[in-house]
Write a protein that binds this ligand. Sequence first.
Ligand SMILES: [Zn+2]
Ligand SMILES: [Zn+2]
Length: 413
Amino acid sequence: MKNPRKFIIQKFTEYYRDNANKIPLPTSYKKREFGFILSDKGIMLRHKAFSEPRFFRDFIKLITPSDVYHSAAYYKHPSREMGKKEWIGADLIFDIDFDHISTPCTEEHEYWTCELCDQAGVGKQPSVCSQCGGSKFKMVAWLCETCLETAKSEALKLIEFLVNDFGFPPQDVEVCFSGHRGYHIHVERDEIKQLDQDARKEIVDYVQGTGLKVSLHGLMPVSRKTGQKIIGPDLNDPGWSGKIARGVYDIIVTYNLQQLKEINGINKNIASLIFLQREKILKTWNTGNPWGSIKGIGIKTWEKLVEISVVNQAVSIDTVVTIDIHRLIRMPLTLHGKTGLKVVSIPSKSLERFDPLRDAVAFNEGTLKVYILAAHRFRIGKEIYGPYERETVKLPMAAAIYLLCKRAALLTD
Ligand SMILES: [Zn+2]
Ligand SMILES: [Zn+2]
């Protein structure tokens, strides 16, 4: 068996030879820092700057990096060391990665590789490697359709926040599939370039619903002569008020009796009452005031439902990425070293139809015979492959390269 690293570099070289000229450079690229992970050593080369697109393209063809990044920030001197760059401003960026999102399938696609030899396997890592006796392992993120779908729906939620709540024009909100586990969202507007870390943290808190006080969004008891009544936000309200209302509406529409009973802090009898009266509650949402419509459902119950609705409506993002004003982000049409898929820029309107396992495939030609150590089931394009264990299989190039990049397969002699 041959180590596949040289082969992967050769395929990446071919890709950049054919595609480097199509890679779009970001706006104001002369003011940005570029970074590359070197394929052979796995180390990061930073503080590069380019005065013309062709210099960038020639460079990428020359070094064949495994991953390519540019700064979200603009600098007076992008090629100087960090403290001497003179920061001018930065785009607003978000990272949605299924590493940060809890999905029920995470345990189903655990995968490990040995750090000392080429052993790999599905499931929990062993205590000792059966091949080399080593005890250091790396957990590998397997590309899972459910996880990717979850990441996409988080991205769609975030776009709604950015367009409807913050008022950014959709054409200024760029969405990129990262080539691996999720999406990056990137806003380029003069208004946000100067925002410091604290201001960016405020934006993070807003989209995550951190510190949200429901009474400030209109849910409260009101004294009437006829007794206590409750009022609350409307489905069409702007911002979080409307999200809260729509979130509670969704819970009432979609939760079954068991799910309602499992809500912490809601009495089982009240859960049954909500379930039995759901039609009536939903009807009043269009005609009047649902929050005060059912006797026996009090403010504490609504507050519990709102709590869950906030969690469902908030977006799971990697906080650190948005707050870091020197962050590097991946460039569209460059490859991801852990999958061999490419980073793809997607107009926000087309995100719903985007299929990462079809639309981000970079190696469309040829087949390759590989020895697969172990693999969970996976899809590339229309085909589903695996699961495999210790077998030699001839695969289309993209599927083979995916396994080689994951260190799940070796080249046959
Ligand atoms: Zn080993
Ligand atoms: Zn999954």
